[in-house]
Design a protein around this ligand. Structure first.
Ligand code: SF4
Ligand code: SF4
Length: 415
């Protein structure tokens, strides 16, 4: 059992098509990473050929990077490319960028990061980092060898995506992509645009946070059961992403031994363009079925963006749909709070809608967007969203302050 590799267009670097995402490492009952298990899993995946590991300061509240460092001790560091990210919410000055990167290098126990990303780019984060001199920072960090390849991870609309792609000589980017998000965020359009500009594309959320795998709706499972070749829903979803020749690596947040082996088995055979027309049709029927089960018929085309009030219209609808599609999974609401409440992106929640009507005039699906925004706001936010946003922003600020104070006294920093 071994994984396939694809090439980074600008550098010729060979990356395993399966990457190990360290955002969802196994946890212990009382909370916190189950470090022994996480290390065994990471090393097993690397022994099977996985050579791309992705982490970030915010994952597991600052614990992911140090655990990864310990997993890569004993010779494993030389077998992988390490990817980590600059958290824009922790950056206030150009100096912060160097401070954070240097700290990450120390935490990871390495003299360079192979793939360094600007984390969660959207309009607000991108404008802020650019204004503070991030492009000059990336140039300098590449020149002095602290980073090898520069990229960005992305969660916004296609127009912003194209603008970011065109602004710098990136080696790679990271987008959310799966058969339900084909036209959401960067989507297929962004994927093809990046590939055409010779960027390697790392795909995150191929299983939509696990929702396309495991316990899928009965009507969806019945369609999968019609397939000639038996695959799990997770394997179908991964194969669909790998079927795109523009995709370089698919990140999977693996924390269960059986799932790791299932993903590695799938990565053993997933050549671009290898799905047969009848298999693509089957995925298409599953997608249609999911769309019928969705609460709002938003296709994620993004024509209605930007919203003058700052609402991420397709993003809010997408998580609202997830919330209704997968009622057993209660995480959509917390993702909504984090993403649209401004914890890991721009403040862009539905309750900001001012009912201006601009979007309704443009929407090709004729959706009554302001009315739906009120529904989304009621179900996903409750009445205290403004307070929650202030508390989250305050908490983040406090965490950063504490981190900086700790860094000065002890040499430890969470971000
Ligand atoms: S109606 Fe609401 S969501 Fe639509 S563009 Fe205006 S403010 Fe934005
Ligand atoms: S224009 Fe309509 S379908 Fe397209 S993203 Fe906006 S709300 Fe969704």
């Amino acid at each position: 059992m071994y994984v396939l590799y694809r090439t980074v267009p600008k550098t010729g670097d060979r990356l395993s098509i399966l990457g190990f995402g360290c955002m969802r490492l196994p946890t212990k009952k009382g909370g916190g990473i189950d470090e022994g298990r996480a290390i065994r899993q990471l090393r097993h995946a690397i022994d099977c050929g996985v050579n791309y590991v992705d982490t970030a300061p915010i994952y597991h509240l600052g614990r992911s990077e140090p655990v990864l460092a310990r997993a890569l001790a004993g010779g494993y560091r030389d077998k992988v490319r390490v990817a980590t990210k600059l958290p824009p919410w922790s950056v206030r000055t150009r100096q912060d960028m160097d401070r954070i990167l240097n700290k990450q290098l120390a935490t990871l126990g390495t003299d360079h990061v192979d793939y360094y990303l600007l984390h969660s780019m959207g309009r607000e984060n991108w404008d802020k980092l650019k204004r503070l001199g991030v492009l000059e920072f990336l140039d300098a960090a590449k020149r002095d060898g602290r980073i090898r390849n520069a990229g960005f991870s992305f969660h916004a609309d296609t127009v912003t995506f194209r603008e970011i792609v065109d602004t710098y000589d990136w080696q790679f980017c990271q987008i959310q992509y799966n058969f339900l998000d084909e036209h959401n965020q960067a989507g297929i359009e962004g994927l093809r645009y990046a590939a055409q500009k010779k960027l390697a594309v790392i795909v995150m959320e191929p299983l939509r946070g696990g929702n396309l795998a495991g316990r899928v709706p009965d009507e969806v499972q019945r369609i999968w059961d019609e397939a000639e070749i038996r695959c799990s829903p997770a394997e179908w979803a991964l194969h669909w992403v790998w079927n795109h020749p523009e995709v370089t690596v698919v990140l999977s947040g693996m924390n269960n031994e059986a799932h790791i082996d299932e993903n590695i088995r799938a990565a053993d055979t997933a050549l671009p363009g290898s799905l047969r027309p009848e298999e693509l049709a089957l995925v298409g029927r599953v997608k249609e079925n999911y769309q019928q089960l969705m609460k709002v018929g938003c296709t994620g085309c993004g024509y209605c963006m930007p919203c003058p009030a700052g609402v991420d219209i397709p993003g809010c609808f997408s998580l609202y749909n997830t919330h209704h599609l997968f009622p057993h999974d209660r995480s959509a609401r917390s993702h909504y709070l984090g993403r649209h409440g401004g914890l890991i992106g721009d403040v862009s929640y539905a309750g900001l809608c001012r009912n201006c009507g601009k979007c309704t005039k443009i929407c090709p699906q004729n959706l009554p967007v302001p009315q739906l925004m009120r529904e989304v706001s009621r179900e996903m936010e409750g009445r205290t969203m403004g307070v929650k946003v202030t508390v989250m922003k305050g908490g983040l600020w406090l965490l950063n302050q504490t981190g900086q104070i700790k860094e000065k006294i002890l040499g430890i920093v969470p971000f």
